[in-house]
Write a protein that binds this ligand. Structure first.
Ligand code: NAP
Length: 256
């Protein structure tokens, strides 16, 4: 049966893929963000968006706004969805428990807000998308040198794989209360230096030299310990490998 599913951030990287998948499956997918009149920082446009939805997939975020979208916006949305018994599917990030990075701490508080709202909700955590991992590989490489810390590594995931799983969860059975779905990750664990090598090889450059930087401070320690990588066997693994994704990208990577 066709469902009406709202996708917040439905014109963003992840959200637009969720919208396309849902439409291809015959569902009514409603992209909602500031461009369509929904502002999660104020709640403007929220009630009409949630009313009449069978589920909401929450892909809107803006890390540059501190708590305003990530925490308060998610709380507003979760409360509105819970009040109407609408299934909220919230995307989060692997390894955010006890992580010192400010954005990860906010994502954890966002999950807590979803749980506290008390409605039917599924939280799905994913590792870094391939595009973000490539960005790390580029920005931590200066000329032919990659600066790495301890065991810094990524298990990046294909954004389409995450979108597919979000669409499955949204169109699947509505949980009775808050649940955490199995974390998502891509097929390979890539040490940062290997990741940087793949990125450089993609544009025809030689393998980088690794320079190990001491993990000074809690943030660098967290990355040195690869807390962003799931414990082996814990995650649902799938989607294209980083190398397969990279092969579809232009030689000069931009953004993330
Ligand atoms: N990138 C990764 O590696 C990764 C990994 C795991 C999880 N995630 C999670 O995936 C989610 C989506 O990430 P993404 O990379 O697809 O983000 P994105 O491309 O930046 O899209 C986010 C969307 O949010 C909307 N938005 C921003 N501020 C808003 C507001 N105040 N009210 C309503 N909508 C607003 C924007 O649309 P408008 O400009 O039209 O408002 C934008 O299209 C995030 O929650 C992120 O934490 C990302």
């Amino acid at each position: 049966m066709a469902m009406r599913i709202v996708v917040t951030g439905g014109m963003g990287d992840l959200g637009s893929r969720v919208v396309r998948l849902l439409v291809a499956q015959g569902h009514e997918a409603v992209a909602a963000s500031r461009r369509t009149g929904l502002d999660l920082t104020t709640g403007a446009g929220l009630e009409p968006v949630v009313a009449g939805a069978d589920a909401v997939v929450h892909c809107a975020d803006d890390p540059s706004r501190g708590d305003f979208v990530t925490v308060y916006g998610t709380r507003r949305l979760a409360d509105a969805a819970a009040a109407r018994g609408v299934h909220l599917v919230h995307v989060s990030i692997v390894g955010i428990d006890d992580h010192p990075m400010a954005y990860y701490r906010r994502k954890l508080r966002a999950e807590q807000a979803v749980a506290a709202a008390g409605g039917p909700a599924t939280v799905l955590r994913a590792t870094q998308f391939h595009s973000l991992a490539a960005f790390f590989g580029r920005t931590l490489t200066k000329g032919p040198v990659t600066f790495t810390i301890g065991d810094m590594a990524f298990q990046p995931v294909d954004t389409d794989f995450v979108a597919t799983r979000l669409a499955e969860v949204a169109t699947g059975p509505r949980p009775a209360a808050y649940v955490r779905a199995r974390d998502l990750a891509g097929p390979d664990v890539l040490p940062l230096v290997e990741l940087a090598r793949l990125v450089r090889a993609h544009r025809g450059a030689s393998a980088p030299h690794a320079v190990h930087v001491p993990p000074v401070g809690r943030l660098l320690h967290a990355f040195a310990e690869s807390r962003n990588v799931p414990v082996p066997g814990a995650a649902h693994v799938g989607g294209r490998t980083f190398a397969e994704w990279l092969a579809t990208q232009p030689a000069r990577l931009t953004g993330h």
